[in-house]
Design a protein around this ligand. Structure first.
Ligand code: C5P
Length: 237
């Protein structure tokens, strides 16, 4: 399968059309952005690490019955996947308070939440990805029916129920993460985008060290080593 025409360029990926209208290729970039694009940098090798990590996690989720857009990893920076109509909702799943949850609501950083929190953000850079409730999502027409919002929450929790113990066994706390969903050609809601340290927070169980994009957000350095560490743990059975 070959890249034909550039369909879209995002902050971390380019999306290419292929000869098959039902299949697209994501090209994982080395670019890093944070705070809605206000902080920018680049880290050689980051795109390939995210492609490999996402590939392993999509395969894991597929094997557990979660439908995803993943078809195959083509090479270091390219993933072949199904073409979907993107649902413009970022589904945020949180097990431990940190980041914007602590900032916005004053919940102590590092507090284990009494239950897994699932939130919706409007995927809209111009508006800075504001929080959404169900009524907002329906009024904006981001989905047609309440059932679809219920499904996003249900699948997000199922994914958390798979990934949280999986990473804990590998010595990582899955603190929070962001998921995106789309509709495939048959109208099924499936997981799309990527699952990587760019959109998940991982804390080492022993040291509490962040092994994710917070290293960049907080100017700590060592981002590539951290992402390599996550991939090594995933590949070790
Ligand atoms: O910044 P915040 O605390 O809301 O982030 C929650 C989780 O969602 C983090 O894992 C972060 O990496 C992810 N996220 C993302 N893309 C966004 C917003 C959040 O990947 N636009």
């Amino acid at each position: 399968m070959n890249k034909t025409e550039l369909l879209y360029e995002g902050k971390a990926k380019k999306i290419w059309k292929t000869e098959d209208e039902n299949l697209l290729i994501s090209e994982f970039k080395d670019d890093l952005t944070a705070f809605n694009g206000q902080k920018k940098s680049s880290e050689a090798g980051k795109g390939a690490l995210n492609n490999k990590i996402s590939t392993e996690l999509f395969k894991l989720l597929n094997s557990k019955g979660i439908p995803t857009h993943f078809v195959e990893m083509l090479d270091d920076n390219h993933m072949l996947h199904k073409a979907c109509e993107v649902i413009k909702i970022e589904v945020i799943v949180r097990n431990i308070a940190t980041g914007s949850l602590s900032k916005n609501l004053g919940i102590e950083d590092g507090k284990v939440l009494p239950f897994t929190l699932v939130e919706f953000d409007y995927k809209n850079d111009d508006l800075g990805d504001p929080k959404l409730n169900d009524q907002h999502a329906l009024i904006l027409g981001l989905v047609e029916f309440q059932d679809e919002l219920d499904k996003l929450r249900r699948v997000a929790r199922q994914i958390n129920d798979i990934l949280k113990p999986y990473f804990f066994e590998k010595g990582l706390k899955l603190v929070d993460f962001k998921l995106e969903f789309g509709k495939d050609k048959d109208g099924n809601i499936i997981l799309i985008d990527e699952i990587s340290p760019d959109n998940c927070r991982f804390w080492d169980v022993e040291s509490g060290e962040s092994l994710d994009k917070d290293r960049f957000r907080q100017g700590k350095g060592g981002l590539k080593v951290a992402y390599e560490n996550v991939l090594e743990r995933i590949l070790k059975n």
